[in-house]
Design a protein around this ligand. Structure first.
Ligand SMILES: Cc1cc2nc3c(=O)[nH]c(=O)nc-3n(C[C@H](O)[C@H](O)[C@H](O)COP(=O)(O)OP(=O)(O)OC[C@H]3O[C@@H](n4cnc5c(N)ncnc54)[C@H](O)[C@@H]3O)c2cc1C
Length: 396
């Protein structure tokens, strides 16, 4: 499939831009360009209100099928939506884990009852989700999860264990939890995918404070946390299959919107280089030009990636994409600091007010880790794209 923008698409672009210009103002004006990486802790209630405003306009879950409450947009129109959203400075989406991960997973693997109970709240921008995968000792090696769940006499699942790095858990209503439901099982066997309400005595959320003084992710402790029998997605023991399919959704169409944000950042760096004379430094000029080319390549690769089936399967282009964008973005952060020069290192005393580019530098360090570190991405490319032997895995 070839992605191009038809006349009809360009009309649609005007519709999106017009709606955003009309609504991303007044009480929401302060949210423009806020709430992105490194800024996710800011304006949480206001950004939740913004989700509801988006929903009123029919601009949540734009790629979901109408039967699930979505707008059923074509790929090219989804791309346009995400591009215009980022161009207008639309705030970081509080609902992105629900819309991008939980919802598509429930739509693909959930029961009819689960679809009826969970999808409307995501579409309406009223229910927020977090991702309970990583644990101390189970990050890259996700199959090492130790959190366990067992059914009581009523069939309810009782969950015990700990998750870590759980983004926005403190703002979430529900968490999807990968837990070991088959006692004594190891690796990817015996895992299940559970939907767990956050507001209950069995769950405690402890924010992880970073050197910037902010904390957008958390440790989450489960002490006899409870979820009803009906809140398992798929069958007991199918958790690994579902967890992996979900990671495929993570590399979906919103990546094009992410690139528009990258564009905004690169534009800002170039404007600063022009203003402070860094554009006359031969090395910095080269790096700016390379960054510009790199962004073009990212765009072409993601268009290629989105041209195939959107069924959650992990495609070869997708395996390249995470490694590419995260490395590109981390080096953009470094470039921003070098263009800023000594100013990059100036901050008032705590609580620190980072500039957007200082924030970019610090938080783009995380890009090469979350969603699968660069080393893990290279492993995936070696094994799945190049067909090399699997690396030796050590299991107790
Ligand atoms: C900003 C941010 C948000 C996150 N949000 C969430 C969230 O909402 N929910 C969630 O569940 N998790 C979340 N995570 C966790 C993220 O998924 C993990 O950090 C990631 O999977 C890496 O796991 P780890 O931190 O345990 O590092 P480890 O797996 O311990 O890795 C440490 C280092 O060893 C390297 N390494 C590990 N194994 C290999 C190998 N086999 N070969 C070569 N090198 C290897 C890694 O590349 C890395 O450099 C988030 C992380 C970040 C940074």
């Amino acid at each position: 499939m070839k992605i191009g923008f038809s006349e009809q698409d360009e009309h649609f672009r005007q519709e999106v831009a017009g709606w955003l210009a009309e609504h991303l103002c007044g009480a929401f004006e302060a949210l423009r360009f806020r709430g992105g990486p490194g800024d996710e802790h800011m304006f949480a209630p206001e950004r939740k209100a913004w989700e509801r405003k988006l929903a009123e306009g029919g601009w949540t879950c734009v790629g979901w099928a109408p039967e699930h409450g979505g707008r059923g947009l074509s790929i090219s129109q989804q791309v346009i939506f995400h591009e215009e959203y980022a161009r207008a400075g639309g705030p970081g989406r509080m609902g992105h884990i629900g819309e991008g991960l939980a919802g598509p997973t429930i739509a693909a693997f959930g029961s009819e009852d689960q679809k009826r109970r969970f999808l409307p709240g995501i579409v309406a921008g009223t229910t927020f989700w977090c991702q309970g995968y990583s644990e101390p000792g189970a990050g890259s090696d996700l199959a090492a999860v130790k959190t366990r769940a067992a059914q009581d006499a009523n069939g309810d699942w009782l969950i015990n264990g700990q998750k870590v790095w759980t983004s926005l858990a403190h703002e979430s209503d529900w968490c999807f939890v990968l837990a070991r439901t088959e006692p004594g099982s190891v690796g990817h066997h015996g895992l299940s995918f559970l939907l767990v309400p956050m507001d209950q005595p069995g769950i405690s959320v402890r924010p992880i404070e970073q050197m910037t003084g902010t904390s957008e992710f958390n440790e989450v402790f489960f002490d006899d946390a409870r979820t009803e029998a009906a809140n398992i997605v798929g069958q007991p023991g199918e958790g690994w299959k579902i967890a992996m399919a979900l990671l495929g959704f993570e590399r979906g169409v919103s990546t094009l919107g992410q690139q528009m944000q990258f564009h905004n950042e690169l534009d800002e760096i170039i404007a600063i280089a022009r203003a402070n004379g860094a554009d006359r430094d031969p090395q910095l000029r080269l790096r700016l030009a390379e960054a510009w080319c790199g962004l073009r390549i990212l765009r072409y690769n993601s268009l290629r990636m989105l041209s195939g089936p959107q069924d959650g399967s992990l495609r070869r282009e997708a395996t390249i994409y995470k490694l590419n964008w995260s490395s590109w973005h981390a080096s953009l952060g470094k470039l921003a600091m070098d263009v800023l020069g000594p100013e990059a290192e100036l901050l008032d005393a705590a609580p620190y007010q980072l500039s957007r580019l200082q924030s970019l530098y610090l938080f783009s360090r995380a890009d090469t880790l979350y969603g699968g570190s660069n080393e893990i991405q290279r492993n995936i490319i070696a094994e799945r794209a190049l067909g090399m032997p699997r690396e030796p895995r050590v299991r107790p």
